[in-house]
Design a protein around this ligand. Structure first.
Ligand code: ATP
Length: 588
């Protein structure tokens, strides 16, 4: 299945602005009550600000530009205006608090939704996407949406309400003057509609390059030791410089696109002022208009064009939010292809696991396993040997269902492995990976990862469980026992020690099938002997699959399989396996 987010995004059909807006609003549809209250607050605010200018114009005409000036009337109007501004202030404040909360809650929910989605996606997804890009989607893109919802959305609506109110005033007071004032706005509207797709594209490109830059930083931070050891800093510096340059170029592109509205809006709003000035004075000269109203008219033209100018900035925030939403929605729309299928017929089987005519490839280019069939019996120890890149880890990954076959079936206890719920399957199969994963915490926390059975045990009780499982000698290697601190980046703990913790973690889960993929590669010979004793003392029914390059590790296996060039062949004796390793076909 295709999981590469950048490719999926490039090939996705383009969606219209309005359908994207609809999808964006669905994100906060459960906040209906808060949205209505914020909307009412913004209507009150805009309405009061609009009415204030009408009152000012009327006050001037009624009390100033008249034969009997009435300053008391002006003072009364000022009192009313003060009260109106106070209410407008509180409604604006209330709306800001409401929408700030909506934005933060949406950010919280979205980040959770993306993270939960990542938990269910298969290994293939993580093979095809860079961690840095995913982090950027979770952090940066969700924040772009938050900014739109918490800051821009209500301003957006407020601006539209103010514009509508001002537009209605302009047209209703004097239709001809109003229509002339609004002509430049029609030009701006056409310009905005025409340039929007271009602006969105520029912003999407910029967000993608932010993801690329974040992936580059993450990769070089992960590999900093290799970079320093090999003095290959130039290589990473070059790659970083390229990603940074790409980000710089796309940011400039997005900046130009986003700001291209500002001068155009400025120019056309000045044009509108000019129209009001020239045409308004003309109307006064022919006694069809009053000077006080012209002052109001100027202000209403401003009330119309200022929000329009603001809309330019808000439109940018909207386009950025839509580009961010595109990137997020591609993750949310993904489904795992490792679904649990309906359980078919359970075949009575003495073997614990069976490969039946299995074909597998990571991508279309090359088949890694070709028509493979073999059985693993309960309680036996199997070794997988073969040259580097021969397909051992791939075979083990299919045994643990990290991937599904392209063709053929893997049966666990006579049942299609795909019919097991993940919890049941992972309880039956323990997998110690080539590179064990530990997280920052203590040995205890790492041992109990994914194991509900002992979480409430005291340290003494857990130590007893460890002793009973014959793992005491391994725990003794850690100076502070269960309380020994572990860092996920492995500093302060050796790779061998990490493998020991992963080994204890897997054995304590008491799996029916235990896979060790090069799990002793970094362990000294004496400790390896300890591990081998522990493996021999596992319950008699436990099946073991051991992948190892060190030959002494596989000496005592019941069966040895030779894995290479798409084949998994039973090698028979240890000597025959050695023969195959020395003279067998190597990977092409
Ligand atoms: N995630 C992946 N995507 C694409 N190809 C892969 C992936 N993982 C492994 N391969 C390819 O599959 C082939 C088998 O790899 P695999 O890791 O199974 O070999 P291996 O026998 O375990 O090697 P080693 O002894 O070095 O661990 C190799 O050619 C490898 O390049």
């Amino acid at each position: 299945m295709k999981y590469n987010l950048n490719e999926l995004q490039a090939n996705a059909p383009k969606s219209s602005t309005w359908s994207s807006l609809g999808k964006l609003l669905q994100l906060i549809s459960h906040e209906r009550k808060n949205l209505w209250m914020a909307l009412i607050a913004i209507l009150v605010n805009s309405g009061l600000n609009l009415y204030a200018w009408y009152l000012i114009g009327k006050t001037i005409d009624k009390y100033i530009f008249t034969a009997h000036k009435d300053y008391h009337g002006v003072l009364v109007s000022c009192g009313i205006l003060l009260a109106m501004y106070a209410v407008a202030f509180f409604s604006s404040y209330f709306q800001t608090i409401l929408m700030g909360g909506v934005g933060q809650r949406m950010l919280f929910t979205l980040r959770n939704a993306i993270f939960n989605k990542l938990q269910i996606l298969p290994v293939g997804f993580f093979n095809q996407n860079k961690a840095g890009d995913l982090i950027s989607r979770i952090n940066n893109d969700t924040d772009k949406l938050n900014q739109f919802f918490s800051q821009s959305l209500m301003q957006f609506i407020g601006s539209i309400v103010t514009m509508l109110g001002a537009g209605i005033f302009l047209l209703s007071v004097k239709l001809t003057l109003g229509a002339a004032t609004l002509v430049p706005a029609a030009v701006i509207l056409a310009f905005t509609m025409l340039t929007s797709p271009w602006v969105k594209r520029k912003n999407a490109k910029n967000l993608k390059s932010v993801g690329g830059l974040s992936a580059e930083i993450q990769e070089s931070l992960n590999n900093f030791k290799v970079i320093i050891a090999f003095n290959r800093r130039d290589y990473f510096r070059k790659r970083f410089a390229e990603a940074n340059n790409d980000n710089y170029q796309t940011a400039i592109g997005a900046g130009i696109a986003n700001n291209s509205f500002v001068p155009v809006y400025g120019l056309f709003s000045s044009m509108a002022q000019l129209v009001v000035f020239a045409y308004g004075i003309y109307l006064i000269s022919i006694k069809q208009f009053e000077a006080g109203l012209l002052i109001s008219y100027f202000s209403y033209a401003n009330q119309f064009y200022n929000p329009l100018r603001q809309l330019a900035a808000l439109w940018t925030s909207f386009q950025t939010a839509m580009a961010a939403w595109d990137r997020i929605s591609h993750i949310l729309a993904l489904e795992t292809d490792l679904v649990t299928v309906k359980s078919g017929v359970t075949e009575p089987s003495s073997s614990l696991l069976e490969f039946r005519n299995v074909h597998f490839s990571y991508d279309e280019s090359r088949e890694i396993l070709h028509n493979i069939s073999f059985k693993l019996e309960k309680g036996k120890t199997y070794a997988l040997v073969g040259p580097t890149g021969g397909g051992k880890t791939t075979t083990a990954s299919l045994i643990a269902r990290l991937y599904d076959t392209n063709k053929g079936t893997v049966l666990l206890d006579g049942k299609d492995i795909r019919s097991y719920e993940p919890l049941e399957r992972t309880q039956k199969i323990g997998f110690i990976l080539q590179e064990p994963f530990l997280f920052t915490g203590t040995v205890r926390e790492n041992i109990l990862y994914g194991n509900e059975l002992y979480v409430n045990h005291t340290s003494e009780q857990l130590e007893q469980v460890i002793l009973d499982a014959n793992l005491g000698s391994l725990l003794a290697i850690f100076e502070q026992g269960l309380d020994t601190k572990v860092l996920s980046n492995s500093d302060g703990i050796s790779l061998g020690q990490k493998q020991l913790i992963a080994f204890m973690r897997a054995v304590l889960r008491n799996p029916e099938l235990l896979i060790l993929d090069e799990a002793t590669a970094n362990i000294d010979t004496i400790t390896e002997k300890l591990l081998s004793d522990i493996l021999n003392n596992l319950p008699a029914t436990t099946t073991r699959v051991i992948i190892a390059h060190r030959l002494n590790t596989i000496e005592n296996a019941d069966e040895i399989y030779f894995v290479n060039s798409g084949e998994v062949i039973l090698a028979g004796s240890f000597d025959h396996a050695m023969e195959m390793l020395l003279h067998g076909k190597r990977v092409s």
